[in-house]
Design a protein. Sequence first.
Length: 255
Amino acid sequence: MSFTAILRKSASAATPLASRLVRVGQRDYHSALFSALKRQVNLPRKSPSCVPFLQRYCSAATETLRPSSTESLLRVIESEIKDAQENDDNDRVEEIPKDFPFKIDDNAGQQTVILTREYEGELVKVEVHMPDFVTGEENDVDYDKEQPVQSSIPLVVTVSKKSGTCLQFNCVAYADEITIDSISIGVPETSEDEMAFDGPNFHDLDENLKKGFHKYLEIRGIKASTTNFLHEYMISKDSREYMGWLSNLKQFIEA
């Protein structure tokens, strides 16, 4: 046998063996690679220890830089209280005139003041409401009447007889002037479900009749000197009530 033939035979015999070795090596390599990847995938993922700290720090910094809505509201309320304290009307007490004909019943926290007196067997009761202020702005002008609107105080005057029958006047007090809007008669026997006739519009009445009712109220103490004092008194009360309202509001928000 020639040397070349021997080499071809050896090569032919070695080729299957080499192929098997290559295939075995590939399987081992793929198996090892797959196992390594699998172990890497199954490894627990650990977050950097600094992340939670940074999250907490950023959250705390945000809360410090951005105050809560409650804190902002409290600062506004405290500013309003400071402004109200600087107002001269806040602690001003109106001195009651010696000839003032009514007893004043003024309870803190209420928006009305009750005046009472007796006159020739009648009970005169006046419910005084908070004043309607005029600020002097353009909106405070009544163009229909072509004159400035004045600050005023709504009044409800009730004159009662011992029998229980009463006259009720809805009035508005301006500076040195009192107007009557309506008059109604109250009867004790009237059921709450029944609607009493309030009478015609006061401004439609005869002039002499209107003058007579104004005189009727005047002799019972409803006159300009009384209502002018009440105007100043109610302005002071409005300031005190506003201050009390702010203080109560602050206490509620802080609780």
